[in-house]
Design a protein around this ligand. Structure first.
Ligand SMILES: [Zn+2]
Length: 304
């Protein structure tokens, strides 16, 4: 996700209206990364006197892709924890859902609402469980993992926790109602792991409704950062700084899949990399991609 966001910003002009939106999303993603480590640490240090499973970064296969930072499961309930790691004074807005952070210098930034993300994950997980005949209550909380987070306006209906409060919150959840028997609980835990798939975000152009034509094409030089590397036999050459890079096309094609589309044709490859039909064919065949269609009209897929 982070990779795609950064690549997309590199390929847009600096005044493009999508830029602030991509930058805000990038901050949200980065904000989650350090926080997840703090939460993992809490789970390593605490034990619970009942059967339970803890999953990190779980993406169960379903019609709609979703990803849970942390999922705690006991035979009585499930608990989804959405972790944020943002410094400053936080205000949770419900309508439209948004998180506003005010920094010490008074600067304000907007983030995607963790409450909305949490509710979506709870809904999709609930549906995933029901489709397997399991009816468990799914609890949820937003975890603020940055040491100096101050909540000025909490969300109306959602529990907010700091990492060290997670164990006592878990102990406070009632263990009542029908519980899963040991076999079902074990089966369900395995089923969750088996169903896990690498989380593949939609291409940036699709997620953020940015026309494909707005993104710059070409191969970027990793040494000087400029676009316009030229294909030579067996390598790529940067006309600006003279750098050579044998594998520049691999990175460029990965960016294609992250930004433009999940598939690529020979023509798209030619236009994107600025190469001839034979080079495009060699490159695409050399990438070990899935494909469909006959030789001439083949469409290649990075992800199955
Ligand atoms: Zn260069």
């Amino acid at each position: 996700m982070l990779e795609g966001l950064m690549a997309a910003q590199n390929r847009l002009s600096s005044g493009h209206p999508g830029m602030p939106i991509l930058a805000a999303k990038q901050s949200s993603v980065e904000a989650g990364i350090g926080g997840e480590e703090r939460v993992a640490e809490i789970f390593r240090k605490h034990s619970f006197p009942f059967d339970h499973r803890i999953f990190h970064d779980l993406s169960p296969k379903s019609n709609e892709q979703f990803q849970m930072d942390n999922y705690f499961m006991s035979p009585w309930y499930g608990l989804v924890l959405e972790v944020k790691n943002i410094a400053g004074v936080l205000e949770f807005k419900d309508n439209p859902p948004q998180l506003i952070r005010t920094r010490e210098d008074g600067h304000r930034d907007g983030y995607e609402s963790p409450v909305a993300q949490l509710e979506r994950n709870r809904d999709l997980l609930g549906a995933w469980l029901r489709s397997r005949g399991i009816n468990l209550p799914i609890y949820g909380a937003v975890v603020l993992a940055y040491p100096k987070q101050i909540v000025a306006v909490p969300p109306a209906k959602t529990k907010i926790l700091f990492p060290n409060l997670i164990p006592s919150y878990i102990r406070s959840i009632p263990q009542q109602g029908k519980q899963l028997d040991v076999d079902t609980f074990n089966w369900l835990s395995n089923e969750l792991l088996n169903s896990h798939q690498r989380f593949i975000p939609k291409p940036i152009s699709e997620s953020f409704s940015i026309p494909l034509g707005d993104f710059r094409r070409g191969v970027r030089c990793m040494t000087c950062g400029r676009f316009g590397m030229i294909k030579l036999p067996r390598t790529w050459h940067c006309p600006y700084c003279g750098a050579r890079d044998h594998n520049a096309h691999q990175r460029a094609l990965l960016e294609w899949f992250l930004i433009f589309k999940r598939s690529i044709t020979n023509r798209e490859c030619r236009e994107f990399l600025g190469v001839d039909i034979h080079t495009a064919t060699r490159i695409l065949q050399g990438m070990n991609l899935m494909f469909e269609g006959t030789f001439r009209n083949r469409t290649y897929f990075f992800f199955n």
